[in-house]
Design a protein around this ligand. Structure first.
Ligand code: CA
Length: 252
């Protein structure tokens, strides 16, 4: 009887795994236009930082220096980071975070062997919807969407992820990053675009429970993780957060 029970449990687990794998669909998409000027605040913009004047949120080792436009924030080894307090932002079931990045060219971050963290959208409630964007030689640039995620998960976890190969990127240039989500409707959608090209991931409604965010964090390990530092080591500029998804800006 115990054997049958455990066989049944294994079968159910396998079925659940297969269902999840089929449920996640990833399609290539592109922006109609990559931004070619500093962002203009529009009615959907809930946060904008160009690093041209005094700003809050940077901590650890950091300095200001050349940006994509004017001045940018340079986050240094080992603990430089930039955190946006998202608790007061009108950000929930839909949103877009975009910014420009330039890891220090000498570290060859787009093709090296290190684990580097680019962004973490930290949920207001523990176990809430969160987004993680990082690069690792085995995963390339990866955006994952989870309901809470512990560090040091297996490399093939979770199924709800989008990856972009970064090996061809120019080490000297600034690059446009965009992460977006829309958890409303019959399918929930999450996007990752790098220099205007990337992927749309769709999952069935109910896969993720929309919630608000405590912080949007850039350039190092997520706050609260007891891991060693995971520095991006380089510059960011023109951080913009909107409370709408990128859907209407995609090329048809
Ligand atoms: Ca700037």
């Amino acid at each position: 009887m115990e054997t049958m029970k455990s066989m049944l449990a294994i079968s159910l687990a396998l079925m659940a795994t297969c269902t999840a794998a089929v449920a996640v669909q990833v399609e290539p998409v592109g922006l109609e236009q990559v931004p070619d000027a500093p962002f203009e605040a529009d009615e959907a913009t809930v946060y904008h930082q160009d690093f041209e004047a005094n700003f809050d949120g940077a901590s650890g080792e950091f300095s200001t220096g050349e940006g994509q436009w004017g001045q940018g924030l340079h986050m240094h080894m080992p603990d430089g980071r930039y955190d946006v307090d998202a608790s007061g932002l009108d950000l929930g079931a839909t949103g877009t975070v975009e910014w420009w990045v330039r890891p220090r060219p000498v570290i060859q971050a787009w093709r090296d062997q290190a684990w580097r963290y680019f962004m973490h959208a930290r949920p207001a409630e523990e176990g809430g919807f969160q987004l993680d964007l990082w690069r690792h030689p085995r995963s390339e640039l990866r955006l994952s969407a989870t309901m809470g995620m512990e560090p040091f998960q297996p490399m093939d976890y979770p199924d709800e992820r989008v990856e972009i190969n970064t090996r061809g990127l120019d080490l000297e240039e600034w690059h446009h990053m965009l992460v977006s989500w829309d958890l409303t409707g019959d399918t929930q959608r999450v996007w990752l675009l790098l220099n205007g090209e990337g992927h749309e991931m769709t999952v069935p409604a109910g896969t993720f429970t929309p919630g608000s965010f405590a912080s949007i964090e850039f350039g190092n390990r997520p706050s609260g993780w007891a891991t060693p530092y995971i520095p991006m080591d380089g510059g960011i500029d023109e951080v913009r957060i909107q409370n709408v998804s990128v859907a209407e800006r995609l090329a048809q």
